[in-house]
Design a protein around this ligand. Structure first.
Ligand code: SAH
Length: 354
């Protein structure tokens, strides 16, 4: 019996069904039983992997992108180099290695990591040993200043709500309990004003999702960048708009029923970039650009060839596979999108569609 399932079914018996967001919040971040709170879920032995864990090339190219944008903005000094949800710390470590030779960059930077998981903070501290850094629970705790921020597979981990359309009204999808099992249900038919703009483009029975906590975060990032300068790079799977049920659970790299093992599987949903872009105004958002296209424009193939010179056998095979995995349309190349936020009046940054 799972301790968290027990807690959730008792909570449901006491106070009624949960929204998907309430369920996700407890599954991912419960102080004792939460998925992220209690483990390092990344890598081959974990439940899922991410671009920086697949290849060092990802972080290196992002590092050079950051350095280029920093130079294009006149090398603001000092500046914040911030990562949201840094996982194992691999991405920031690769960014730092790639920018070591950029004159003035590391002297001017102050590294800030926004991370809620004690288990992962420990991994990040190890990966970034010797680097001056500050941890924060929340983005809002970052100090003011020019902000160069990266968020890779962060927004997909934030809790979403789901709504199923009925005529011009909606039912919120809810999680109830039956005989100790968690089951899907629907809340009462309600007019949610926040969903009025989703009536166009949806039909009866379709599901839409709202990433409620993402919008104030995008607003805060956009306001900081518009006021103090800097840039943000948001990378995740999703598209300009989300439609349909994209709530999913992964365990040992395989999809599982999201209600089956609370706190023991990774839960995510696709990211809708359009609402993030609108929330970030007055900062200017690029188009969500396919990850494969973005990395090719930044020169991943030349970098891959240079690294391949030093490899042979299995190491070379896995390097070639990693390049394909990051860029190929049938792998992460098209499903994942990259969106930049920059101050008004700046040109579209390298690699991105305007
Ligand atoms: N960016 C990393 C890890 C992605 S996994 C990579 O690309 O490998 C998601 C990360 O976000 C984890 O570090 C997780 O602990 C963190 N996280 C999830 N929800 C969070 C929240 N609400 N606030 C801060 N960090 C969060």
């Amino acid at each position: 019996m799972s301790a968290l399932r027990d807690l959730l079914t008792r909570r449901i018996a006491r106070t009624g069904p949960l929204s998907v967001a309430e369920f996700m919040t407890d599954c991912l971040l419960h102080p004792e039983h939460g998925y992220y709170t209690t483990r390092d879920p990344l890598g081959a032995g974990g439940d899922f992997t991410t671009a920086p864990e697949i290849s060092q090339m990802f972080g290196e190219l992002l590092g050079l992108w950051l350095a280029q944008v920093w130079m294009d903005q006149g090398q603001p000094t000092p500046f914040l180099l911030a990562e949201l949800g840094p996982g194992r710390g691999t991405l920031t470590a690769d960014i730092l290695r790639a920018t070591r030779a950029v004159p003035g960059f590391q002297e001017a930077m102050q590294v800030h990591l926004v991370e809620v998981s004690p288990a992962l903070r420990k991994r990040q501290a190890e990966a970034l040993a010797g680097v001056d850094k500050t941890f924060h629970d929340h983005l809002a705790d970052l100090p003011d200043g020019p902000l160069f921020l990266i968020a890779n597979e962060f927004f997909d981990a934030l809790p979403i709500r789901q709504f199923q359309r009925a005529n011009t009204y909606w039912h919120e999808r809810q999680i109830g309990a039956d005989d100790g099992r968690l089951i899907w249900g629907l809340g009462p038919e309600t007019r949610f004003e926040m969903l009025d703009d989703r009536l166009a483009g949806t039909t009866e029975g379709q599901i839409v999702e709202l990433n409620t906590p993402a919008l104030p975060l995008a607003e805060d990032i956009g306001a900081r960048i518009a006021r103090h300068g800097g840039a943000a790079l948001i990378i995740d799977y999703g598209d300009a708009i989300s439609i349909g049920d994209t709530f999913q659970a992964l365990k040992a790299h395989e999809p599982v029923d999201p209600l089956a093992c609370p706190g023991k599987a990774d839960l995510t949903a696709h990211v809708a970039f359009g609402p993030l872009a609108r929330a970030a105004a007055p900062a200017v958002a690029s188009a969500p650009t396919p990850q494969g296209v973005f990395l090719e424009r930044l020169g991943i193939t030349a970098r891959a060839q240079a690294l391949a010179q030093r490899l042979a056998g299995d190491a070379l095979d896995s390097h070639i596979a990693a390049h394909r995995r990051l860029t190929h349309p049938e792998e992460m190349g098209t499903l994942f999108k990259v969106m930049a936020l920059t101050p008004p009046g700046q040109p579209t940054p390298p690699g991105l569609d305007p």
